[in-house]
Design a binder for this molecule. Structure first.
Ligand code: BGC
Length: 759
């Protein structure tokens, strides 16, 4: 029987308060008891461990080291015995070359945990880690979401959260509980091959999307069969290589590091990210794996990070082999462990264990430092529930490959796609007209997904789900086979048959020309010039000459410069790396079944030699020859950060503030009216920027502080409200401390401005 207890109305509030306090007390105390309980278990276990066993927990090897190479992914019994039982290794990662089925993963993980928990002395389960970068990379049949650069274009942190949730479910369904994601590096070097893995160039956007995905992946507790531990990476400055090449030096003054590169990590630490991976490269001459100041003083003591610090691939030994700051491999280990690395992704070399044991015995690394690292690792294993049940969980396995995940992937791809140009409203195309779909990206599934897609490089279409659709396939299914013709025209880098594409163009009403990049990951994706390969530009020029309207669709991980062919295009659609539903989403946008609302998360350069960001300094936009004038050509990207058109139109008006004076503990309220003045309903992201007129460190022309994405039916208006506090106006001062200086500011929304003073 359902019993409802009714209280007299006047008591209800009081009782609710009492319940609230009792509930909070019980929740907080049980949470801290649980934590203390875990800590006590960790201490107990640690006290029984030999030095060799401790060091083993700090070692992570790649799967190749235990696999039976002739019978992949079966385990080689002798190898695994040597590694887990003789060398006490605590963590394994990766695949040997390509994705496995969920069943294969479950068998593999079961085999590993069997040895770890039945044959080793202390029965400590193995922590398996994997890269699930935009959805699950290494399980066949998983859901691939848009890459982060595209997710940033959605301006929708809730979508990041949801994609994080699904990613976690599908990782855990494979029996794995640790994901090396998200990338929180800031995209400030467009040549860099991992640009597409980032959330773009803005500090606030990066932080808020990162927070979303981390919370989605970790859920309310990483013990749940729906969650995994996140790994924010790559701490710090990896994305700003001076040469543009992967894993090469960056030079970042500390003031800049703190202003731009650190805040997204701070936000992720506050969001509870359990682990962090370190930048493989060097900053200002010091490899990050040796940077005690940043790894310990800043990350631990300042940011308050308490989780596990894992090295990147082979990066400890590389202090000796590559960076040359250690004169022996053993010295490399000493430097990295003392700097603050807890776990070494060695990932082939067991000498790490030998050296570290020797270093402790020689007093070059303290046992206290070892205990600190091992405690963090064991704690994570407890928190993940591995000591309760290290095996693939049936409750997790059923959360794999559900149809709603693909719907979410489509939703994310829809919201990412950015309409950059729409001359005379050429788009959306009318259905039933003849269309030529051409270019290297037209019939490719790999270029929609980019790196970390069933293989590391993402270039093997045979591993993709059979129902994954290329742009061509999606356009055919929407517009009818008979209305769609195809000619490849050119490859990404080589000529195929431009003449044939030109010939095919004669018979059609529109040309959809799919340009951009084939998939690549990390160093193999290094390029020597940012321009779109000339062969693709030649294809465009040849097609323009037919006089038929050409719509360019770009699938690419970084902005390839195309200013010479931009003017000839009637429409430009930027799809980034939109994931497994990318083809469908692009076709939906082209034919008007989805009204685009993506916004550029970076500045699209017009010239490779003119790289500026939206938040540049005024001096970067001043014209020396015309004193006091701002040269509009000085900041002249192909498309500005935040650019993105719609099939409807929006008007902003009535920007107003609740006060003209903000003081330290108050909030400034900002209101703006936004109206859909067009014929179609649609979403729009309202972005709020601030500008500081005078400051002791040269202020940026504007900084993004807040945004809100809203949906407006045609003709409807909404007032959007934001709150700004003193912290939103702060910057890193000359003494490296964050300050907000008194003075005049303005808020900027679209073309509207309103001034206020901070006192
Ligand atoms: C990458 C990391 C990745 C690791 C493990 C490295 O090469 O830099 O981002 O997590 O490999 O696959």
């Amino acid at each position: 029987m359902n019993r409802v207890i009714r209280f007299p109305k006047r008591y209800t509030m009081k009782i609710q308060f009492q319940y609230f306090f009792i509930f909070s007390f019980v929740f907080i105390t049980s949470f801290s008891f649980a934590q203390t309980d875990v800590d006590a278990k960790v201490e107990r276990l640690l006290s029984t461990m030999t030095l060799e066993e401790k060091v083993g927990q700090m070692t992570q090897l790649t799967l190749d080291k235990i696999i039976d190479t002739k019978n992949e992914p079966a385990i080689d019994k002798a190898k695994i015995h040597d590694i887990l039982v003789e060398h006490h290794v605590g963590s394994i990662l990766n695949v040997t070359s390509h994705a496995y089925t969920p069943k294969e993963w479950q068998t593999l993980i079961t085999g590993i945990q069997d040895v770890a928990t039945k044959e080793t002395r202390l029965k400590i389960p193995v922590l398996y880690g994997i890269d699930a970068i935009h959805g699950v990379t290494y399980t066949l049949g998983s859901t691939l979401f848009p890459q982060n650069i595209a997710m940033a274009a959605t301006r929708n942190p809730e979508l990041a959260f949801k994609c994080g949730e699904v990613t976690a479910k599908e990782v855990r369904a494979s029996g794995i509980r640790w994901n090396f994601a998200p990338v929180l590096d800031l995209a400030r070097q467009p040549l860099w091959a991992r640009f597409g893995e980032t959330y773009g160039e803005d500090v606030y956007l990066d932080g808020i999307m990162g927070e979303g995905i981390i919370k989605g992946m970790q859920g309310s507790s990483v013990a749940n069969p729906t969650s995994v531990a996140a790994c924010m990476k790559h701490f710090i400055g990896y994305s700003f290589p001076f040469s543009g090449k992967d894993r090469t030096p960056s030079y970042i003054p500390e003031i800049m590091l703190r202003e731009y590169f650190l805040p997204p990590f701070k936000k992720a630490v506050d969001a509870g990210a359990k682990t962090i991976m370190i930048n493989s490269a060097e900053i200002n001459g010091l490899p990050m794996h040796a940077n005690k100041y940043l790894l310990t003083d800043v990350l631990r003591n300042e940011l308050g990070f308490t989780g596990v610090v894992v090295s990147d691939w082979e990066d400890i030994i590389r202090l000796y082999t590559r960076h040359k700051i250690a004169s022996t491999p053993k010295e490399a280990v000493r430097i990295a462990i003392n700097a603050g690395i807890d776990m070494s992704m060695t990932p082939y070399d067991l000498n790490f264990c030998t050296y570290l044991v020797e270093l402790v015995k020689e007093g070059q690394v303290s046992e206290a430092r070892i205990n600190e690292a091992v405690k963090r690792i064991l704690k994570l294993k407890y928190e993940l529930g591995l000591f309760d049940n290290p095996y693939p969980e049936p409750a997790a396995a059923k959360n794999f490959g559900l149809p709603e995940y693909r719907k979410l992937a489509l939703e994310a791809a829809h919201e990412a796609i950015t309409l950059a140009k729409n001359e005379n409203k050429i788009l959306p195309l009318s259905k039933g007209k003849k269309v030529l779909v051409t270019g290297p990206g037209a019939n490719s599934i790999t270029c929609l997904n980019g790196s970390w897609s069933y293989t590391w490089q993402g270039i093997r279409p045979e591993f993709f789900p059979k129902d994954a659709r290329s742009i061509l396939a999606a356009i055919k299914s929407k517009n009818g086979d008979a209305n769609v013709s195809y000619a490849e025209g050119s490859g990404f880098d080589k000529e195929i048959n431009i003449a044939k594409a030109v010939e095919a163009a004669k018979a059609v009403d529109y040309i959809v020309l799919c340009l951009g990049e084939e998939a690549y990951a990390e160093t193999p994706g290094d390029i020597d010039e940012l321009d779109l390969p000339i062969v693709q530009q030649n294809l465009a020029t040849a097609l323009y000459a037919t006089g038929k309207p050409v719509i360019l669709v770009f699938t690419e991980g970084r902005p390839r410069v195309f200013r010479n062919i931009e003017p000839g295009a009637k429409g430009v659609v930027l799809a980034y790396l939109p994931g497994i539903e990318g083809g469908t989403a692009i076709a939906d946008v082209l034919f008007g079944d989805y009204n685009p609302d993506g916004k550029l998360p970076f500045t699209y350069p017009r010239f490779a030699g003119d790289i500026k960001f939206y938040d540049h300094k005024l001096s970067e936009a001043l014209n020396e020859y015309w004193p006091w004038s701002v040269d509009t050509l000085a900041y002249n990207p192909q498309y500005a950060f935040g650019h993105g058109l719609s099939y409807t139109s929006f008007e902003y008006s009535n920007l107003r503030l609740n006060t003209k004076t903000l003081t330290s503990n108050e909030k400034l309220k900002v209101f703006v009216d936004v109206k859909n003045t067009g014929q179609k309903s649609g979403k729009i992201t309202v972005e709020l920027y601030t500008h500081d007129f005078y400051a002791s460190i040269t202020p940026s022309v504007r900084r993004l502080r807040k945004f809100k994405k809203i949906y407006l039916e045609a003709g409807k208006q909404q007032t959007v409200e934001f709150e700004i506090s003193k912290d939103d106006l702060s910057f890193v001062g000359n003494d490296l401390k964050t300050i907000t200086e008194a003075g005049d500011f303005e808020v900027i929304v679209e073309n509207l401005k309103a001034g206020f003073t901070y006192k």
